[in-house]
Every structure is written in structure tokens, then in C-alpha cells.
Design a protein around this ligand. Structure first.
Ligand code: VGL
Ligand code: ZN
Length: 197
């Protein structure tokens, strides 16, 4: 059984949003068109409390896109984005959300970021998605969404490590591309056995 996992197609990652990804809105029609080809459709939603530790605004003297060391490893600092319940955290209005079997939220722990749909950035605290997929008998995943080099990348690599057969539809993703992060993500995904389509 195969699921489509649509990563973080939210207003804040689209043009005009707080952490806009160039062309983020362009992928919406293509993602909608893909949904009928899958037995399950799962949407993820970046869902941070105000004052989240990944926000540069929480770290005096720091600006967005600087790095800091967190107890769980290096962390990019972001502009405030995807605040729980805000317009920025809502799905892009063009995204067909009615078709979704599950909406999984992540990044709700103030102290830890969560790029991956499977584990928080400590790489061990689970979101529960693995259990959901396994209990439904889903073993193959196709991923699309935002951003290629962060949440899609982390989700795809974790899924491959967990033993799922993973394809990333690069044409239905868009990247932030911070200092070569897209190339690094592509190499990392390929190395983990993810098929880049
Ligand atoms: C994302 C940065 C911060 C993403 C989420 O969805 O790729 N990137 N939070
Ligand atoms: Zn975030």
C-alpha cells in the first residue's frame, strides 16, 4: 500500500509568507492532481507555539538564518513562522485538504524543532507517524511539498532509514537552498536510498 505525504504546504512557506520559499505555491495544482493515485493521503503541518526555540527572535543578538548550537545539535534560526492557529500556519488555500486521511502536526515542542514528519530534531522523539503507517499496512511513500532541503529531506531520509520505500517528487517540491543545502540534501537523500523523481 502506498501513501502520498504532502509536507508543509502552508501559507508561511508560500510567497508572501513569513518564511517564503520561492515558487512554493506553484506545486499546489500538481500535488492535488496526484492525490487520486494513492490509497492514502497524509498532510503535515509545521505547528509552532509562539516563542519557539527555533525562532531567531528568541535569541538576543541573533538574526534569521544564523546557526546556533542546541542541546540536540546545530540549529538554523528562522523568522517566526507557522504559529499554531495563525493564518501563516494554515494550508495554502488551493491545497485539496478534503482528500487527507491524516493531518500530522510537528514542531509543537517549544524546546525542539521538528523538520521530519517522523522524529523531532533530536532524531529520537517520535511523532507517531511511523506507527500510523505501519498499522495501516503502508510500506511505500511518495513525498512532495516544502521545503525540499529541510522538511522534505529530513522526512524522506528518516522514512528510508525506517525501511519505507521512498520517492521524492522533486518537481513538486521547492527549496530554501541556504548555502548549498539543496545539493547536500539531494546527496543525503540519494545516500539513504531515496528515489529522486
Ligand atoms: C521548514 C524551516 C523551518 C520546512 C519548517 O517546512 O522545510 N523549514 N520550519
Ligand atoms: Zn518550522
Amino acid at each position: 500500500m502506498e501513501a502520498l505525504i504532502v509536507i508543509d504546504v502552508q501559507n508561511d512557506f508560500c510567497p508572501g509568507g513569513a518564511l517564503a520559499v520561492t515558487g512554493g505555491d506553484e506545486i499546489v495544482p500538481g500535488i492535488n492532481a496526484l492525490m487520486d493515485d494513492f490509497q492514502a493521503v497524509i498532510l503535515t503541518q509545521d505547528w509552532h507555539p509562539a516563542g519557539h526555540s527555533s525562532f531567531a527572535s528568541e535569541h538576543p543578538g541573533k538574526t534569521p538564518l544564523e546557526m546556533i548550537d542546541m542541546p540536540y545539535g546545530p540549529q538554523v534560526l528562522w523568522p517566526d513562522h507557522c504559529i499554531q492557529g495563525s493564518d501563516g500556519a494554515a494550508f495554502h488555500e488551493g491545497l485539496d485538504t478534503t482528500r487527507a486521511d491524516l493531518i500530522i502536526r510537528k514542531g509543537y515542542n517549544r524546546a525542539i524543532d521538528s523538520y521530519s514528519a517522523f522524529f523531532e530534531n533530536d532524531h529520537e522523539t517520535p511523532t507517531g507517524l511511523e506507527g500510523y503507517l505501519r498499522t495501516r499496512g503502508i510500506d511505500r511513500l511518495t513525498m512532495a511539498g516544502l521545503a525540499t532541503d529541510f522538511c522534505v529531506n529530513y522526512s524522506a531520509v528518516d522514512a528510508a532509514k525506517l525501511g519505507f520505500q521512498v520517492t521524492v517528487r522533486q518537481d513538486l517540491c521547492r527549496a530554501i537552498d541556504l548555502g548549498g543545502s539543496l545539493k547536500a540534501a539531494q546527496d543525503g537523500m540519494r545516500g539513504a536510498g531515496v528515489a529522486l523523481a
